[in-house]
Design a binder for this molecule. Structure first.
Ligand SMILES: NC(=O)c1ccc[n+]([C@@H]2O[C@H](COP(=O)([O-])OP(=O)(O)OC[C@H]3O[C@@H](n4cnc5c(N)ncnc54)[C@H](O)[C@@H]3O)[C@@H](O)[C@H]2O)c1
Ligand SMILES: [Zn+2]
Length: 364
């Protein structure tokens, strides 16, 4: 079992990672003095697979525990679902003091965190992430959000959880596609901050895809450490530090939008391609050695992630990119790799360079 701390003054909290760490939940809930009522927000899929384990983990926590389900879909990150959850919270609360547990992937985490930040102007919540993506990324850092029909994550807050508890046993039921989605972000972490993590991925990729516990524990711990470090330096995304976590995301968002958020361009798959486009821009600008870019592409391919942009039109990608929030004010901004483990932020990359990089990744 591993324990890390996110140091944010009075908003500091622990991240606990490991196989069997869920048994710690009851004791921590008592210690954190979270109130007399706990609402566990989840969805029917997670509840069916792992609800019994969660129920057992909370037995004897001295709190009244209620499971509250929302539909299993990104569509649950909506104002409508948020309001209906809050109405349910008010019924359960009755002045006794309510806390929330986000029990699920990034959708549940973002939604629950947002509800926690606005209900009664803020109540405590805990993240119990159940996807690899949520364990390495979305459960840490306090970015909470719901979507608008016109754009994702447009309504949100910075609101830190009181604890993140990453039980590795939950991952055993994840479909392989979900592991690959997370791998794109894990590769991203390695390129921005940790060449040893990159080597570890190169060496252990098959074992990681097979969810070998010790390997997964190392990855989750390392990624959490990287993200916690960035968040500690720039909690609310104002100091230009958190932008590093957006490596690969400028083009990724454009690909997702150009594909109409369809199934072929999921977030992780788009991030993999976005990383490759960023590498190509860096290669064009002579920032990164060709050999390093080749290693990155080889790892992405071995992870079963795409290396070619297919089915999309260049004009649609460029149009979507121009609408990205990182392009606002006419300036573009890319996080670009200098080497594996090191990046730089570059503004005003020429359109010719961007087009050349995207074109070089188009094909079958
Ligand atoms: N707040 C942040 O910093 C941040 C960062 C990255 C992503 N996000 C958000 O996270 C969301 C994506 O998260 P995600 O990839 O976890 O997707 P998700 O929450 O939709 O989960 C993916 C699917 O896996 C299922 N699932 C969850 N746990 C499972 C398990 N243990 N076994 C089997 N199935 C399981 C879910 O029911 C769902 O169908 C997006 O909404 C994105 O905007 C937020
Ligand atoms: Zn991402």
């Amino acid at each position: 079992m591993k324990k890390l701390k996110v140091n944010l003054g009075e908003r500091s909290y622990s991240i606990i990672i490991g196989k069997g760490c869920l048994t710690k939940l009851k004791g921590i809930v008592k210690k954190l003095k979270l109130g007399k009522v706990i609402a566990v927000v989840t969805n029917p899929t997670i509840n069916r697979l792992h609800g019994a384990l969660m129920q057992k983990a909370l037995r004897g926590s001295a709190a009244e525990v209620h499971f509250v389900e929302v539909p299993d879909s990104e569509e649950s990150k909506s104002a409508q679902v948020c309001i209906s959850l809050i109405e349910r919270f008010a019924e359960l609360d009755r002045g006794k003091g309510l806390s929330l547990i986000a029990f699920g992937g990034g959708v549940i985490g973002d939604l629950t965190g947002f509800c926690a930040s606005v209900y009664r102007r803020g109540i405590p919540y805990i993240q119990v992430p159940t996807t690899l993506l949520a364990q390495v990324d979305s459960s840490i850092g306090g970015k909470t959000a719901i979507d608008l029909a016109s754009a994702k994550n447009l309504i949100g807050s910075f609101y830190q959880p009181r604890l993140v508890l990453s039980e590795l046993r939950f991952l055993s039921s994840l479909p392989e596609a979900q592991i690959k989605e997370a791998l794109a972000e894990i590769i991203k972490y390695a390129i921005i901050a940790d060449s040893r993590l990159f080597q570890f991925l190169e060496k252990n990729l098959e074992a990681i895809l097979a969810l070998e516990q010790k390997k997964i524990e190392y990855i989750v711990e390392t990624c959490c450490r990287i993200k916690a470090n960035v968040v500690e330096q720039d909690e609310t995304d104002k100091k230009d530090k958190r932008i590093i976590l957006n490596f690969g995301h400028t083009t990724a968002h454009a690909l997702e939008a150009a594909a109409g958020y369809g199934e072929d361009y999921t977030h992780g798959y788009s991030v993999a391609l976005g990383i490759l486009v960023a590498c190509e821009i860096a290669r064009e600008l002579k920032l990164i050695h060709g050999k390093a870019a080749e290693r990155i592409e080889a790892l992405i391919a071995r992870a079963g992630l795409p290396t070619k942009i297919s089915q999309l039109k260049l004009e649609d990608i460029l149009k979507a990119q121009a609408h990205d929030k990182k392009f606002i004010g006419g300036k573009n901004r890319f996080v670009l790799p200098l080497a594996i483990g090191k990046t730089v932020v570059r503004e005003n990359v020429s359109k010719t360079t961007i087009v050349k990089a995207i074109k070089s990744k188009m094909g079958r």
